[in-house]
Design a protein around this ligand. Sequence first.
Ligand code: IPE
Ligand code: IPE
Ligand code: MG
Length: 259
Amino acid sequence: MAAPDTSAALEPATQAPALLPASAGGGVPVHVGIIMDGNRRWAQARGLPRALGHKAGAEAARRTIEAAADSGIRWLTLFAFSSENWNRPEEEVRDLTGLLGLYLRHEVGQLVKNGVRLRVIGDRKRFGPDIAEAIITAETRTAGGTRLNLNVALSYGARAEIVAATRAIAADVAAGTLRLEDVTEALVSSRLSTAGMPDPDLVIRASGEQRLSNFLLWQAAYAEFTFPDVLWPDFGAEHLRAALAEYAGRERRFGLRSG
Ligand code: IPE
Ligand code: IPE
Ligand code: MG
């Protein structure tokens, strides 16, 4: 009996590892995520009430959205309120949600004018009917925007997002509408709140802290990171430019080798 042909199985090990495509690094990232951190420290350093730090943070978000649209980025995800931020003192949560409602209502006209399409990711139901309504209105009114896709992560936590996707997949398998072998990375991605969106290429965290704090854990698997030493309310076009320049000089390997 002839020996089984194992050459196909051995092939990858005997071949030189694939080289990176020329487009693997540099250029303008398609999707940038930003962790907008440092509002309270900014207010504290100025002897101002904390709420004014959050208000200045909202202004920085406005500037950054315009700078991103001008820079050629196609997707921008701003982390504005985490699922863990609900555990802050009640008064601060009230300040933050109040500001959010104001922002959603006041900024829509400018977003439409600038060609920005807004989507919210996260557990929007937790905010109550007023804000949930303002979110739907903002998403509907900006739906025609083609210059920049803006995601605002609100009441967002990546672990909760992954748990929700896992439950939905398990329910489908239990119901017999999905086969176990069809559960792939692509399928999991398609069940997250970022379904159909490109993964972030670059994640920027303001304020000097160097952690993800439960932001896009699955999606940022191969993102590049920068940690500019600036509190979020001081962030502006020049900081975005600097992060993009740093990204352009990075070599992204995705587990491959460069030569
Ligand atoms: C970011 O600023 C805003 C939110 C997390 C809602 P912080 O309020 O976390 O400010 P710092 O990090 O304590 O300075
Ligand atoms: C992360 O900042 C969340 C947002 C910026 C919305 P936090 O200030 O909540 O994160 P930790 O607590 O420093 O990790
Ligand atoms: Mg913080």
